[in-house]
Write a protein that binds this ligand. Sequence first.
Ligand code: AMP
Ligand code: ZN
Length: 445
Amino acid sequence: MTLKLYNTKTRSKEIFTPIDAKNVRMYVCGPTVYDYAHIGNARPVIVFDVLFRLLRHFYGADHVTYARNITDIEDKIIARAAKEGRTIRDLTEETAKVYEDDVAALGALVPTLVPRATDHVAEMLTLIDTLVEKGHAYAAEGHVLFDVTSMADYGKLSGRSIDDMIAGARVEVAPYKKNPMDFVLWKPSSDIEPGWDSAYGRGRPGWHIECSAMIEAHMGTTIDIHGGGIDLVFPHHENEVAQSVCAHGEPLANFWMHNGFLQVEGEKMSKSLGNFRTIHELLDEWPGEVLRLQMLQSHYRQPIDWTERSGKEAQGTLDRWYALTDGVEATKEAPEGVLKAISDDLNAPGAIAELHKLASAGDGAGLKTGAQLLGFLEGTAEAWEAAKLNRSSVDPMVVEALLAERTKARAAKDFAASDRIRDELKAMGVEIMDGAEGTTWTITK
Ligand code: AMP
Ligand code: ZN
């Protein structure tokens, strides 16, 4: 089966062929660690985790390298650490740890590599030196800037001309810039700011150079896939391309992939609107698997609306899937329909529709294998019930006591009392099922 992926670079769906099938390389821009990540940040994590799993399926788990970096030097980090009166290291370590735990709870595999920017400043400086030597960058007042007019193709990835950019963007005009679109590779640090000694003075790297240098250090000059959210196309990815291509004379990535944006209950997420939801707090309310299913129910390039309602629906779906696959072994072959959908530019909604078909047909083994390809149904039904129970206010002792009462009422043919107890449980968020082996119950939302 062929894998087709939409490539931002060519604005078309293309057949994916890796440079080296023994080492397929993907890099996704990771978090800037100064605050809890929001649910929008979970989207690239989940989308590219699905792609990571698919690449492992096609090329073998040992033949895929997936890097997701940690940006642990940036002005927002410096400002936050100063505000909280703590060291940068302390802030970034703690935030990175929370992030890693939270995304693991979303069912995301640990990437092969998790490079940190502060471990690669030497490589960034080497890259900056190369750009200066080749005439693509210049030093000015303690800064080093990339000269956008030195690259004929600048703007190609995002499809903008330099004139459009100047007209459309709020670019930082600074006296030391030759052109307003020139971007910072290196900037000076004051005595109280973190800094590294360099030929350009004591300073720190700009954000874009971090990714270019880490990609080169770990994966070489050209990788197969580079990903991130759609907001990163310009300027971040455009600038990564400019730096890497001008330094090495080769493309940075063959495929560029971008996920669409997430909104919450129909509105853009923002702190001022009060609808800013972190992954961390949502995980207190929902099992991570619910958030994952919600996220994959829309195609990754489309915008997505996160709602309570879609959470309830996703939880109900997982209830059914877990009930159907309890104790079932996954088959070896991934179901054709699921694989076909997901291989067509990660059509996760199509793959989920196939899973629903398998569920309707009662094919528990097919359902489990297909679901696991997407990172679902990896735990037991028991663990799933526990994950829901942990997040609810339901007391299992109370449920059991009511069920015992109901059994008594039924034995006495007091069906009115039996129904009353069922309704009472329902109001508590407990649904009961009478089966051959007695009555079982599950938490609903
Ligand atoms: P940031 O920490 O803002 O650099 O974002 C980390 C990742 O999350 C990047 O790949 C962003 O493109 C992505 N991202 C940020 N906000 C959203 C959103 N609302 N919806 C989807 N992706 C987002
Ligand atoms: Zn990046």
